[in-house]
Design a protein around this ligand. Sequence first.
Ligand SMILES: [Zn+2]
Length: 136
Amino acid sequence: MGFFAFRARSRCGYPEAVIENLPPCPKCSCEYTYEMNALVVCPECGHEWVPAEGGAQAGEGSGEKVVKDAVGNVLSDGDSVTVVKALKVKGSPSGIKAGTKVRNIRLIDGVDGHDIDCRIDGFGAMQLKSSVVKKA
Ligand SMILES: [Zn+2]
């Protein structure tokens, strides 16, 4: 009897169509999640959630990452900021002075914690850390 019960369960396993490129359950990390309407549902723990939009596309819709300036203002593309402390710049004797205005920043996922791409007069294209600027 036990043998048949086991066989029956195996045959009723999750259909192949279920195993798509859906994210695993954030609660129990079960991989057999499936889509229902706009939700992703976990068959293991019953957790339902809205899948991250375009999460698989690198660089697209970075809605999850929030970049904040030195005092906690949320920064976004196109913002103008002011540098709050003097920064050394390779090849420049003066560096960037505190109070330097930077217009039209672009948020990036740069190396070494640099998350702002911008252009500073007299210096050209630069990458800054959000911790050294303040929203203007
Ligand atoms: Zn789950």
